[in-house]
Design a protein around this ligand. Structure first.
Ligand code: XIL
Length: 383
């Protein structure tokens, strides 16, 4: 099975970023904020600008930082109106043994969000990754359905009424597995339960938390190329099939892990996704936005930051053009903690250089991507 790492695009050549179609479609490099527009909290915050357009804006939250870093807590409280736990609702974090749960971190996150009037996304119930060590020896074809249903009832039920939207199934499409429907047959869930695991999860989630918007979430479906086009088509076909079968489904999550250097644009791909979701009556969320800048040639940090910001502008210009996208979340808030800097697996070309994919720099100062994101929210039509 190909790993996620192998799949993530490494740009074939370091092309001049401003010459790539994806960057030209949405406009120019990020502008420095005009003087007098320096406030970035209060009325200048992301959440204030988002709320003015009827949008939610948020980020993935690392539970350790939430616990230990007061500056991080302040940043979250200042800027966002929705949070999603980065890892602490995944099976490997939540389930130390087959019959125990560790709710300490997600409980704190939900309490923090409530205390600050923020919404919470649930991520996720079903994924082929992040399964605990005991899983393989314990969960099998005979008991997999019970494990899945019990998990969703226990976790979904605990936070019932408190979750804006649940990523019920994450990343179920994987074209290289070779099935006509594109389903990831290498997923342990598929192997134990067949394609039906998806419907079981969504039907159970609706019962466990009837008010959460049930979301299908996937990645590498944004760009205008054959590979992502095939995956995008398979995702939309899955959603269509589910709707046809009356499976409860409310939203599409477009992860939006983008690349600062890419030979392909994303305007057509993003439109296809949004139009496809709209036809099915689904809301759309950008769930994990970040911009991988490993392939940017220049060592100049300001230039790199501007290139990253340009991708934010360009992508959001397309994604927020119509009223369908209701929430924009980045995968982390600050470059101090981004999954792209865990080890060097996403830093193949410049392993010595830390990536800067997020709106805030490692000192929690706003980066050009912050101003690009905020300006993009301003340009969005009112929801
Ligand atoms: C990532 C986390 O950011 C990492 O800390 C963890 O080690 C692996 O998972 N798509 C998803 C997220 O849906 O859950 C992943 O999060 C990033 C890719």
């Amino acid at each position: 099975m190909m790993t996620r790492r192998e799949w993530m695009r490494q740009a074939a050549a370091v092309t001049a970023v401003a010459a790539t179609p994806g960057l030209l479609s949405g406009g120019c490099l990020a502008q420095a904020p005009a003087s007098g527009d320096q406030a970035i909290t209060g009325t200048g915050s992301l959440k204030a600008h988002a709320a003015a357009r009827g949008l939610l804006t948020g980020c993935a939250v690392n539970a350790n930082l939430l616990r230990e870093d007061e500056g991080f807590r302040k940043l979250l409280a200042d800027q966002y109106n929705i949070l999603v736990p980065e890892n602490c609702l995944k099976w490997n974090m939540l389930r130390p043994t087959d019959d125990t749960y560790n709710f300490a971190d997600p409980d704190s996150l939900v309490a923090f969000a409530e205390a600050h009037g923020m919404k919470v996304r649930g991520h996720n119930f079903v994924w082929h990754e992040a399964l605990p060590g005991w899983f393989t020896g314990t969960v099998n074809k005979d008991n997999a359905r019970k494990f899945l249903v019990d998990h969703i009832h226990t976790v979904g039920g605990r936070y019932r009424g408190k979750i804006h939207s649940w990523d019920v199934v994450n990343e179920a499409i994987w074209i290289p597995d070779g099935r006509p429907d594109g389903l990831r047959s290498s997923s342990p869930w598929f192997q134990m339960l067949g394609p039906g695991y998806i419907d079981i999860a969504f039907r159970t989630a609706r019962v466990a938390d009837p008010t959460a918007l049930l979301t299908y979430n996937d990645y590498s479906i944004e760009y205008d190329n054959d590979e992502e086009g095939k995956k995008r088509a398979a995702v939309l076909a899955l959603l269509r099939r589910m709707k046809g079968d009356k499976v409860p489904l409310d939203a599409l999550g477009i992860q939006s892990h983008l690349h600062a250097v890419s030979k392909d644009g994303f305007s057509r791909g993003v439109r296809e996704l949004i139009d496809g979701a709209k036809e099915l009556g689904l809301q759309v969320f950008l769930t994990e936005l970040d911009v991988n800048d490993d392939a940017v040639a220049t060592a100049d940090m300001a230039e790199r930051d501007n290139i990253v910001a340009a991708v934010y502008r360009s992508y959001l210009a397309t994604a927020l053009e119509g009223p369908e996208v209701k929430a924009v979340l980045t995968w982390g808030a600050s470059d101090k903690n981004t999954w792209l800097n865990h080890g060097t697996k996403f830093r193949k070309q410049h392993p010595e250089r830390l990536q800067r994919p997020l709106p805030f720099d490692p000192d929690y100062a706003p980066a050009p991507a912050f101003f690009a994101l905020r300006a993009s929210l301003d340009k969005a039509m009112k929801r």
